[in-house]
Design a protein around this ligand. Sequence first.
Ligand code: 6MZ
Length: 360
Amino acid sequence: VSGIDLHFSHQSTFISRRQNTSPSWWSHGELHAHLNGSVSFSTIEKLVARKPHLNIEHGMTAIRSGQRRTLDECFQVFKVIHQLVDTEEDILMVAKDVIREFAADGVKYLELRSTPRKEKTTGMTKRRYVETVIEAIRQCKNEGVDIEVRFLVAVDRRNGAEVAMETVKLAEDFMLSTGGLVVGLDLSGDPMVGHGRDLLPALQKAKNCGLKLSLHLSEVPSQADESELLLNIPPDRIGHGTFLHPEVGGSQSLVDKVRKHNTPLELCLTSNVKGQTVSSYSQHHFLYWYQMGHPSVLCTDDKGVFCTDLSQEYQLAASTFNLSQEDMWTLSQKAIDCTFAPDLQQQLHQKWLELRPTLF
Ligand code: 6MZ
């Protein structure tokens, strides 16, 4: 069965199940979600209405069911979305919509990440960018949206060492001033651009000042050297890690490092299949790490761009790898121990138990 066939059959399973049920009861923790990649169709419509002169259509901001793009093309999509999201008002609306949508999907704990952007034309500064995301988190809390949200400030690797260091300083300031809403630093961006070696001092500084580190590692095959270097820090979690293991051109030494520190992996099935770094759902490296018993957390990456949500990702993993409802439940529960909010973990465990269905 080809990846595309698999994809369609999963899609229809997912749709028929979703029509009859409330959100899936196991997908409660989302740890890898890029804000601007998570913008839904309805929010894009509102943004397009604010900026009709840009002539942007939804086909330019999302990769639909059955479609594939190269990773490079995915990064072009983010540039289009960034054009649509360039004021404080936009950020506030986008962040609130994204938080509400995750909550509506049944997510109880969300770690959002985003790259602070300065926009000369609108006067938005990086500091105001982060403040606005924090404001969105606070407003959702005050409005009673049933979800705990934490924020990771993202470093876009293409911007180099100096910007990375500035971003770490910004993240540190917000970690101290937001009473724990900013919990960490993300390293992301086009993996074909720049080298992690140049960013080591900034990442090390982030770690030393108490920010948790989630680093995109080995998202493409050519990153083995960089991953060796970055795994020595070591990070607190790994984004994707698609090409870490020897079967796909990584190495045993990389796997050993990940296992030595028991570093959890954030795994995003649909993103990797649609971005063509993984050939089909059944070939996803989820299985490699899951069978090893290594902490692996299912995530969406960019739910807007890849047209997915967390309950769909759990359904896809369950049907692709033939996992039982109880397996999925356990997977979701284990994600709690991988969060960057140790203060919430006990409360989240309690909540998960309350939500646990009596099916098994
Ligand atoms: C690497 C990614 C990514 O930060 O503007 N981003 N980086 N790999 C991926 N896999 C597909 N998906 C998203 O959200 C968009 C930004 O997140 C990063 C990229 O830097 C992208 O520009 P924010 O909220």
